[in-house]
Design a protein around this ligand. Structure first.
Ligand SMILES: [Zn+2]
Length: 174
């Protein structure tokens, strides 16, 4: 802080995009800095929502599109459990849902969005928003492959949305 002579013994991140780079302040000024800190400053409401959703999932990395479908998402845990600790703790794996429970025309779209069946319009919509943002060409330097992925994502969501909105009793099952 300009004109402050107190020793800088307290750190605070310089920005949202650079949380590992710090300013160092005295106690009084780090308190002022933290009070004025707004993590979501400059983000649109949509971006804030995305950030909140990502935080809810501990900012886990994405998965390759199409490789992990509803089945893998649902039944397979990404670690081994040789001592059956999870079973003993009552945290049994959810049984794998047979993919043939989903209407045949939705199996591809569900896999594309990484959704299990049954799903709800809300679930499908939020997953679509998340993926569409991540694979938007603007977020990938105008990458043509990203453009193709985005088209696939949009088509998958459109198919699921159409099905759920024209047959509400299926949506209610979720
Ligand atoms: Zn100070």
């Amino acid at each position: 802080m300009p004109d402050c002579c107190a020793p800088g013994e307290y750190r605070a991140p310089k920005s949202r995009t650079n949380l590992n780079d710090y300013w160092w302040f005295c106690l009084e000024h780090v308190r002022a800095y933290n009070a004025a800190w707004d993590f979501y400053k400059g983000m649109t409401p949509g971006e804030i929502e995305m950030q909140l959703r990502a935080d809810t999932a501990w900012q886990r990395p994405s998965w390759p599109l199409g490789r992990l479908g509803a089945a893998a998402w649902d039944g397979e845990l990404p670690y081994r459990d040789p001592l059956h600790v999870l079973d003993a703790g009552g945290m049994k794996r959810s049984p794998k849902r047979p993919p043939d429970q989903a209407p045949s025309e939705l199996r591809g779209p569900l896999a594309t969005l990484g959704l299990s069946w049954p799903t709800t319009l809300d679930q499908a919509k939020s997953r679509w928003k998340e993926l569409a943002k991540r694979h938007h060409p603007d977020a990938n330097g105008g990458d043509r492959a990203a453009e193709e992925r985005l088209k696939t994502i949009n088509l998958a969501y459109a198919a699921i949305r159409t099905r759920l909105t024209t047959e509400p009793r299926l949506a209610a099952a979720g």
